[in-house]
Design a protein around this ligand. Structure first.
Ligand code: 2M8
Length: 439
């Protein structure tokens, strides 16, 4: 049932060259969503996964940035706020895009896709684009400490995290007179407040008006973003080996970033964001602080401390990871990124635990499947009751559930690859899909 549902969601949300995160709430292509979606699609149709990634990188800017939204010209301006007119910018390909970025988890998706079906031509084609994405971050966003900044909460992917409350207080909420679209689909109790939106809009307008160049009133070094950046370097080294290039510079960059993260963002129990404008660590309780577990270069002692924190403060043993520690001020079990469990975050931590602590990775895999089985492929879940929130038929929930089933199995029955193929055929689709090859 879960498999059938997951395949149905991915098939229905496919738009010919990429997958929308959700038909109504998010009707365009989103950057890190496409990476997670490709990871799931790699289990169904590696070709579709490659197409999804190439389509996103087709809208890469000349400076290397991969915009967080690539707009579908066939969708009405009013269908999503802030839409293409708000951002007012086009990629060299001609696509209207936003001008901010999201965590660079794409190298990971490329590698998973390549593992599902080794296609060296694809690796060669996408490798320079992944390198350019990293180069943009180094050139535009790297501090003397060797860490990458985000300039908008939307760049963290965890937009409404309580971790951003403090730096956002410094932002004068001037952006008014806009009409939110998200509340047409989802209850306001599960989405950011109007006040938060005013600040998001203010920041985005200021960045836009500087030609997407100057940092505004929000500049933060986020652990999840930096973990994704360092992991991308680690994977770029693997890709370089595969296509006959020198892995050395990528290996050194992965090590240096991991070290900088430990030196500057680790508080002894959890990785914390640093507010670049004040120079201080933000004392938060965000599960983003656990994602450095992804980094193979992370010292064992630091990993052990993180796992202790995950057990004590995030109830990791129960298999459902809240996005924010329930005992911390600001936690909300149902509101977007302020506490609910998200499958992409659980999946990232699961990746970081599989080799280190398989006895903890197993329950986390079961937890993701349990949430999806109980409430469907929702955008997020109450971490106590597993009730579903946000959008329905959400693509990365579907995709990552497929990946978990393929690797971990359902109820301990492993390797459901053939079953997934069967479900796909039930929908009249075959492995040979995704004919529209952009970029
Ligand atoms: C959410 O963010 C968008 C803005 O980018 C929104 O709320 O309209 C976040 O959950 C983000 O991480 C995600 O990529 C996006 C699409 O799923 O939705």
């Amino acid at each position: 049932m879960i498999l059938r549902d997951a395949v149905r969601v991915l098939v229905n949300n496919w738009d010919g060259g990429y997958t929308v995160p959700s038909r109504r709430l998010y009707p365009h292509q989103w950057s890190w969503d496409s990476a997670f979606i490709a990871i799931g699609n790699a289990r169904l149709s590696p070709r579709r996964a490659r197409t999804e990634l190439l389509s996103l990188f087709g809208a890469q800017w000349r400076d290397g940035r991969v915009p967080h939204i690539v707009f579908n010209p066939k969708v009405a301006e009013a269908a999503y706020f802030p839409g293409p007119r708000f951002w007012g910018v086009h990629a060299p390909s001609g696509s209207a895009t936003s001008g901010i970025v999201q965590p660079p988890v794409h190298a990971l998706a490329v590698w998973k896709t390549y593992q599902a079906e080794p296609d060296v031509a694809f690796l060669r084609r996408i490798h320079p684009r992944l390198v350019a994405q990293q180069e943009f971050l180094r050139a535009a966003r790297r501090s003397a400490k060797g860490l990458i900044s985000i300039v908008h909460p939307w760049e963290s992917g965890m937009d409404n995290s309580p971790a951003w409350d403090e730096p956002l207080r410094a932002v004068e909420p001037g952006g008014t007179g806009f009409v939110r679209k998200d509340l047409d689909t989802v209850s306001s109790a599960e989405r950011p407040t109007d006040r938060d939106y005013e600040r998001y809009v203010t920041l985005a307008l200021a960045y836009r008006d500087s030609g997407y160049q100057r940092h505004g009133q929000f500049q933060v070094e986020d652990p999840l973003f930096n973990a994704a950046y360092a992991l991308a370097e680690h994977i770029l080294a693997l890709i370089a080996r595969e296509i006959g290039l020198d892995p050395g510079p990528h290996e050194r960059e992965a090590e240096a970033t991991t070290e900088a993260m430990v030196d500057h963002l680790f508080d002894g129990a959890l990785f914390q964001p640093r507010d670049v404008r004040t120079g201080r660590l933000i004392s938060s309780a965000s599960a983003a602080g656990l994602t450095p577990l992804l980094l193979p270069e992370l010292p064992g002692k630091v990993a052990d401390a993180l796992i202790d924190t995950a057990l004590d403060r995030f109830a990791l043993k129960d298999g459902v990871l809240p996005s924010y520690a329930p005992s911390a001020p600001g936690f909300d079990a149902a509101r977007y990124w302020r506490g609910p469990s998200w499958i992409n975050l659980d999946w990232l931590v699961w990746q970081g635990l599989k080799d280190r602590r398989p006895e903890l990775a197993g329950p986390l895999a079961n937890g993701m499947l349990c949430a999806a089985a109980r409430s469907g492929l929702r955008e997020y879940f109450d971490p106590f009751t597993l009730s579903g929130h946000g959008s329905r038929d959400f693509s990365w929930s579907a995709a990552l559930v497929l990946d978990v089933v393929a690797e971990h199995g359902l109820n301990g029955v492993p390797a459901a690859g053939r079953q997934i193929g069967h479900e796909l055929r039930c929908f009249g689709e075959t492995g040979d899909i995704g004919d529209h090859v952009p970029a």
